[in-house]
Design a protein around this ligand. Structure first.
Ligand code: FDA
Length: 378
């Protein structure tokens, strides 16, 4: 074995695939019993509908290198992501655009008229002096839109009143003064035609790659554990950076999500893939309806059944799946300390969203793995 990769998500598999392609023997271990990390999907046994097991995953990128690379393993459908939100029982398009504004104010503002209305409402606070997230939100889009679409949704996401959240949590709130409600602005967008797992399996399908599932790097009973391997060969580690050092500088904080999946005896529940729930009286943040990610599979999916998944957000404890870094001042200080410790680990390369404590979209995880391969490992 020439290289050990800890974690079979997109970061780890990209490194493994690159190394294998130039003749290196790679072993990939993952503590879970499937490959693919959080991008893993599986068909619901009752309906055959592909369900993203760790929350909806939409692929999009403007990076030509990443786009060329991912197309070696899968083709993509022409799916374009759009999100809607339910506020007081009325559905509005997101991100906030001229359609949202005109529907909300029951108006027919032109782009310039809408800009003037929002600028006037936003005068209540100054972005520079905003003392908390609420003041910043109002300074960016005005109180009415903030209270309707941001306040309660943010409170649900963070389990915290936005008046008690730092202003830095939001840098900007994009408002589009046209009717474009495409969620992403990237050059390329789509979903893997045969699903995420087929894509991921093709990346790992190489005689030089050995994947071992159900293997925890910190389990001393496993032959490929930390004690036995560090210093013996190069290791790419994509698990949580704090866990690697036994939380020596404190545990970094994360938010996690709970998902409630349900099969419904109705052909179409909500008419779209993702519906947000903006208000505080609904405990979940959104409902995913998976068949809408693949309209081209209509002839394969049942016409009288659908799979929905409600998403709930909360702070993660030690045993929960870490999903989004909370990134408090304490976390940032801890991360700097861990980066210093990481420099002292000979031939261990920390990568991916857990290994660097940052939110990464799939194209970013793949792009940063390609850079690590080219610049440090190749
Ligand atoms: P990832 O978490 O996928 O993989 C790390 C792997 O390491 C895991 O499989 C884990 O089990 C393993 N591991 C950890 N500790 C270990 C140990 N001690 N021993 C062995 N193995 C260990 N992106 C996007 O582009 N579009 C989208 O729509 C979304 N949506 C989305 C929703 C949600 C809820 C989340 C949390 C994330 C997204 N993403 C996304 C981001 C996407 O999931 C992310 O880019 C990739 O998962 C990053 O891949 P990594 O390989 O870095 O981590």
């Amino acid at each position: 074995m020439d290289l050990l990769v800890v974690g079979s998500g997109f970061f780890g598999l990209t490194i493994a695939e690159r190394a294998a392609s130039v003749g290196r023997k790679v072993t990939v271990i993952d503590r879970r019993h499937h490959i693919g990390g959080n991008a893993y999907s599986a068909n619901d046994p009752e309906t055959g509908i592909e369900v993203h097991q760790y929350g909806a995953h939409l692929f999009h990128t403007s990076n030509p290198t990443v786009w060329e690379y991912v197309n070696r393993f899968t083709t993509f459908t022409n799916y374009v992501h759009r999100v809607y939100t339910n506020h007081k029982g009325i559905v509005f398009p997101l991100p906030i655009n001229l359609g949202t504004i005109n529907q909300f104010f029951q108006a027919a503002y032109s782009p310039n008229e809408a800009k003037a209305v929002i600028a006037d409402l936003a005068r209540e606070f100054d972005v520079k002096d905003a003392a908390n997230l609420e003041e910043k939100g109002i300074a960016l889009i005005g109180r009415p839109l903030y209270e309707a679409f941001i306040r309660d949704y943010t409170a649900k996401q963070w389990q915290t009143d936005p008046r008690n959240l730092p202003a830095e949590v939001i840098s900007r709130l994009p408002v589009r003064y046209n009717y474009d409600n495409r969620y992403f602005n990237d050059t390329w967008e789509g979903l893997p035609t045969d699903g995420y797992t087929a894509w991921i399996e093709r990346m790992a399908d190489h005689p030089n790659i050995d994947v071992q599932l159900g293997v925890d790097f910190f389990d001393p009973a496993q032959p490929l554990n930390k004690e036995a391997t560090v210093g013996q060969l190069p290791i790419v580690y994509t698990g949580p950076i704090d866990r690697y050092f036994d939380d020596a500088e404190g545990a970094l904080s994360w938010r996690t999500l709970d998902f409630e999946k349900e099969v419904l005896s109705v052909g179409d529940f909500q008419g779209t893939s993702v519906m947000n729930y903006a208000d505080s009286d609904i405990p979940y943040t959104r409902i995913h309806e998976f068949k809408h990610f693949h309209p081209e599979r209509a002839d394969r999916y049942p016409a009288d059944k659908t799979v929905v998944m409600r998403e709930f957000s909360r702070f993660a404890s030690r045993d929960d799946e870490p999903y989004y870094p909370v990134n408090t001042a304490e976390d940032r200080a801890g991360l700097l300390a861990y980066r210093e410790l990481a420099k002292g680990e000979k031939d261990v390369y920390f990568g991916g969203r857990l290994g660097t404590y940052q939110y990464l979209d799939m194209h970013m995880a793949i792009g940063s793995a390609l850079s690590m391969w080219n610049n440090q490992l190749a």
